[in-house]
Design a protein around this ligand. Sequence first.
Ligand SMILES: [Zn+2]
Length: 327
Amino acid sequence: MTLLLAAQAAELNRDERATGIYYTKMTEKPETRLLGLRGLVNQAKRNNEYQKALELALQADQEKPGTDWVLKELFDLSLQLKDFDGALKYLERSGKGKAAKDPARLHLKAILEYERAIRRLDASDVQQAQALLQRAHDLDPDFVPATAKLISLSDDGRRREKLISAAWRQTPHPDVALAIKRLVPVESEADWYARAKKLFLSTNPDHRESLIELAKAALAAREWGDARKYLNALLESDPSVSVYRLLADLEEKANADAAAARNWIQKIPEAKADPEWHCDHCGRIQRKWTSRCGSCNSFDSFEWKSTDVDLEDQLIEAQVVKELTGN
Ligand SMILES: [Zn+2]
């Protein structure tokens, strides 16, 4: 007890040397060993010594296997060290029974399987990567990066057709559309438009991503009437920046009408932003999803959304506060 108080006092005074001495002393007695190790793990993390922290946490795991904080540290530290096999192992050990079915946990596992798959791909082990991506997709069918990657690696055949249809029904997303498009490497614009029309209209005809992808494909295939039809539908339901940009494109290409194109372009500054990957912690925006944020280092912080949704939320929040406080 005296040692713990002394260690905590040293910690408060930011005396790292004394902190280390007191916690190390605590590890020498069986009854305070775990507490001492916990103090040393925290100290190593403060100093960004993640490998050392992991080794200390492993000692704690040996001392008393299955301790909650130890498993959580082992999970976080493995993630920090990009050891996704290890992270998955500790995640599985920490959630047994009912907890194992928790959607947030399944989502985390899907990310870990995805990262493991990417490493298998880097090692040219496509087969193992496919298996891991399939597992990630099954764990969380809403997790777009795994779905898109799984599609891009899928072999031609009925299984692929099923995967693609289900994916577009579940997660219509530009990355999924791109993966589907690239399955046929050499294809005329007309052929892609025919393929897109068949798939998107049969699975998710009214979704904004279906309409956007179809408008783009129709424009490229010079099907002006069709392109206008999709864009008009989007103007009604969900007019975002890319809708106005595509309308301007259409006026220029179909009618060489620069004035009409300019009219649409002028609406862009006021238009709703298109969805992108947003970090929930720091607001960083990325075109491509990553498991860790390059700005704030948060794990699993990216959400696919449009900035304006946030603005709207803030406005609603402000309104609620106003009503509650009567100001
Ligand atoms: Zn961030």
